[in-house]
Design a protein around this ligand. Structure first.
Ligand code: FMN
Length: 396
């Protein structure tokens, strides 16, 4: 399963194509909208939220509520384009001359602006802004929701929560485990459902309140915040991925999916960086047999030797602070080369609560492909039969 997105932030629409989804998967636009709406909610949002309600519409590959095995094309209008018809159709015109459409010449540090213009030879930053913007993650979430539904059909659930915003966060791995682990005994959907109840997507009420205060304070100061989130996946069988070759290791593939998302700067599997500060006995998970092979703890985050162990996968990502800020940074004008202040455009102060939904989504195709590689088939009936035979999973 793979997917492509296209579209500009202020163009008429975003488009996505999902290729390689098996036939016979139950899928509805409402299920996709569920995650799109989740991606839109969160404390720390800028003004765009008010007029942008995303919905992806299937154009192909789905018939009577089921996939046909053909590429699934989706489109999603950009409401900003619709709302400002005197501006964006002119700025983003597909033909004609530039005329008096303003050139943007002040590159924003922390964005693709400067290098994007150098790489593609533009004298205007607009095309870089339009495509590198995280608006694209809306279509990414839509495409990945197909893979997510495929996983759910096999009892595999994904749920994420925020563990740090700026200076406010849990103090240790164990503190997170105490609050998160009991919640996903019956599947990781409980994690996202509980974290969705908090507008900062944090499972702890006290921390949620502190995170809101932190965002409020930094907004007043005109700066921005990043943070760290944790994604949990339950129901995965052991043996997805492989130790035999570098590009078959599932941890490497998951890490790529996350770091290839706007503003993500690092990934941890299980204990992650903290493992480097501990002794071996505080890191490795003892093996026990209790009807099946299990681990006493899950500090490896459900992955050893590039393969899933059958324990829940626990993966963390770090997001840098939003680069667009009320208090300007210094930059240099593309034309004059003179020092200037960056210009502020409506922007989030902290997008962590929304980024969690994007991260939950982008790992779904990686896991779906690992399942297809091991239990693959062209239709859901065949895949379910093979999956049940090998794992004992019963989706009845
Ligand atoms: C869900 C989400 C929302 C974002 N919202 C904004 C925003 O409102 N303003 C902004 O300047 N950057 C925003 N970003 C961050 C930029 O997209 C990101 O910093 C930029 O693409 C450069 O990231 P890179 O250095 O990882 O490529 C957002 C990122 C994500 C994932």
């Amino acid at each position: 399963m793979r997917y492509f997105t296209s579209g500009e932030s202020h163009g008429p629409s975003l488009t996505g194509i999902v290729e390689g989804a098996p036939a016979g998967l139950d899928i509805h636009e409402d299920e996709i909208e569920h995650h799109l709406v989740r991606r839109q909610k969160g404390y720390g949002r800028g003004g765009r939220m008010a007029f942008e309600k995303d919905r992806a519409t299937f154009q192909s590959g789905v018939r009577f509520g089921k996939t046909t095995g053909a590429p699934i094309a989706m489109t999603m209008p950009n409401r900003a384009y619709e709302k400002d018809k005197s501006n964006w159709p002119v700025v983003m015109a597909k033909s004609g001359e530039r005329g008096d459409v303003e050139r943007i010449t002040l590159p924003r540090p922390g964005h693709a602006d400067l290098v994007g213009t150098q790489k593609y030879g533009f004298d205007d930053i607009r095309p870089v802004i339009e495509r590198s913007s995280a608006r694209e993650t809306a279509m990414r979430v839509a495409c990945c929701s197909v893979a997510r539904k495929f996983l759910e059909t096999l009892g595999i659930q994904i749920g994420g929560h925020v563990i740090r915003i700026g200076a406010v966060g849990y103090k240790s791995w164990e503190e997170v485990r105490d609050i998160a682990d009991p919640l996903y005994e019956n599947g990781a959907h409980q994690i996202y459902k509980r974290s969705d109840e908090s507008d900062v997507r944090c499972l702890d009420d006290d921390l949620s309140a502190q995170m809101r205060e932190e965002i409020k304070l930094r907004r007043k100061e005109g700066t921005s915040l990043g943070g760290i989130y944790e994604i949990i996946v339950t129901g995965l069988p052991a043996g997805l991925g492989s130790y035999v070759h570098w590009d078959r290791k599932i941890d490497g593939k998951l890490a790529q999916a996350i770091v290839a998302t706007q503003a993500m700067k690092g990934v941890e599997i299980g204990l992650g960086f903290e493992a480097g500060q501990r002794q071996g006995h505080q890191v490795h998970d003892e093996i026990i047999y209790n009807d099946a092979f299990k681990r006493r703890t899950n500090r490896a985050g459900g992955i050893e030797g590039g393969m899933t162990t059958g324990m829940p996968v626990i993966i963390r990502g770090v997001m840098k602070p939003i680069p667009t800020m009320i208090k300007p940074l210094k930059t240099a004008d593309l034309d004059t080369k003179k020092e200037e202040d960056t210009r502020y455009e409506r922007s989030d102060v902290c997008a962590l609560p929304r980024a969690v939904v994007v991260a939950e989504s982008v790992i779904a195709p990686v896991l779906a492909n690992a399942i297809l590689e091991k239990f693959g088939g062209d239709s859901m009936d065949v895949i379910l039969q093979r999956y049940q035979k090998e794992t004992g999973y019963d989706n009845a």
